[in-house]
Design a protein around this ligand. Structure first.
Ligand code: MYA
Ligand code: JJ1
Length: 388
């Protein structure tokens, strides 16, 4: 059934019930000198390129490929539209490798037709810290689909990761592959219900009028928690302590240091928003909430072309009730003109989703590890990881 994935060191469906298989790496590392030194073969018309995302031109080509060919919902009404600034941020974390930003071009025209990326990350799995690649932005141009290009791209990124002496990876997909460590549900909180209904993202509920719907989703004009403010550079040490302590309770979570937090959490305009609660009395940082900006193109709508979506990222509440903190996140997102706030049911998110009037979406997100077996599939709230 999975001609490619059956050959890879990933959990296989047939092994799911086998309690004897040990947790941890599926195959051992090999000496780097034994890693294949040349790229995998592509069909003759195509060539590998390393994409320099600091180059405005290359970044624009990647942006154009993804904005026309990347992930869509099941009814092809919306397509992720990651911005150039977002892609640069997502691909330039501390210690990134340029060689892990891999493109495929048509030899003759140099047109970019496929892409896949890795970035380095330290992941904690139970008590083990494992060096991994996070693999994302796998995309094959619509006209080149179903030609088995994706397996070659996955093997090539694997080879380049191995050359850096890294043997594990984490990735997510909307499709079921062998085999998820957990499967999560998307939830959506309407901020601009009229537009969401107009574009077919949501529907008027049964026995609901537009004016009752507007009232249902109405929010205060500004956050209500005293001391709630935008995160600043000086907050990095305190936010790192808060987040590290919080993430320890999950079975799988990133191991973030101050440099990582500065990169991933510090606000970056139109890319990532983060807020802290600074105690008005002690000036301690007690809480954190954050979301990233990922618009979707609205396909074939006469008047609206972009859906502005915020995605819940890392949130930690030690003093403010999580429901109140996340309501302030909704208010902040509404102030910034987002149409919808999306969240997965990971970490403690289940505890605020219903209360804050999120509804379940029609999309799922499956999380995977490469070359690392987890003995029992996790429940979503045991996962402390959000990939972009
Ligand atoms: S998830 C986002 C993926 N991108 C999209 O959904 C964008 C729109 N779709 C496309 O561009 C294409 O449909 C893609 C497949 C490129 C997805 N992850 O070439 P094919 C398997 C993994 O004929 P195409 C993200 O970015 C499929 O089961 N495998 O198919 C994370 C089949 O294998 P098998 C996938 O449709 C990516 C084979 O590919 C996915 O033309 C993580 C068919 O190939 C998928 N999302 O192209 C990648 N979709 O026969 C893995 C299909 O066995 C990283 N397939 O069923 C692994 C870790 C690597 C590093 C390891 C380091 C140590
Ligand atoms: O956004 C998604 N679904 C929306 C739109 C559905 C349009 C028709 N298919 C949705 N809307 C309902 C919202 C409603 C608001 C009021 C309360 C009740 C709910 O459900 C879905 C997620 O639900 N998104 C996708 O399908 C996009 C792909 C998701 C897989 C992503 C793979 C990512 C790759 C990782 O690197």
């Amino acid at each position: 059934r999975h001609k490619f994935w059956e050959t890879q060191p990933v959990g296989q469906f047939k092994d799911l019930h086998d309690a004897n298989l040990p947790e941890g790496p599926i195959e051992p590392p090999t000496p780097i000198s034994e890693v294949k030194q040349e790229p995998y073969n592509l069909p003759n018309l195509y060539e590998w390129v390393t994409c320099d995302m600091s180059s405005e031109d290359t970044c624009a080509e990647v942006y154009n490929l993804l904005s026309n060919n990347y992930v869509e919902d099941d009814e092809n009404m919306f397509r992720f539209n990651y911005s150039k600034e977002f892609l640069r941020w997502a691909l330039h974390p501390p210690g990134y490798y340029k060689t892990w930003h891999i493109g495929v071009r048509v030899k003759s025209s140099k047109k970019l037709v496929a892409f896949i990326t890795g970035i380095p990350a330290r992941m904690r799995v139970r008590s083990e810290i494992v060096s991994m690649a996070e693999v994302n932005f796998l995309c094959v141009h619509k006209k080149l689909r179903s030609k088995r290009l994706a397996p070659v791209m996955i093997k090539e990124v694997t080879r380049r990761v191995h050359l850096e002496n890294i043997w594990q990876a984490a990735y997510t997909a909307g499709v079921v592959l062998p085999t998820p460590i957990t499967s999560c549900q998307y939830w959506h909180r309407s901020l601009n219900p009229k537009k969401l209904i107009d574009v077919g993202f949501s529907r008027l509920g049964p026995r609901m009028t537009m004016s009752r719907t507007l009232k249902l989703y109405k929010l205060p004009d500004s956050p209500v928690t005293p001391g709630f403010r935008k995160m600043e550079l000086r907050d990095v040490p305190a936010v790192t302590r808060l987040l590290r302590a919080y993430l320890l309770q999950f079975v799988v979570a990133p191991d973030l240091d101050e440099l990582d937090v500065e990169h991933w959490i510090l606000p970056k305009e139109d890319v990532v928003d983060s807020f802290v609660v600074e105690s008005p009395e002690s000036h301690e940082i007690t809480d954190l909430c954050s979301f990233y900006t990922l618009p979707s193109s609205i396909l074939g709508h006469p008047t609206h072309s972009i859906l502005k979506a915020a995605y819940s990222y890392y949130n930690v509440a030690t003093k403010t009730p999580l429901v109140q903190l996340m309501n302030d996140a909704l208010i902040a997102a509404k102030q910034k003109d987002f149409d919808v706030f999306n969240a997965l049911d990971v970490m403690h998110n289940e505890t605020f989703l219903k209360e804050l009037k999120y509804g379940p979406g029609d999309g799922k997100l499956h999380y995977y590890l490469y070359n690392y077996r987890i003995k029992n599939i996790l429940r979503p709230w045991e996962l402390g990881l959000v990939l972009l």
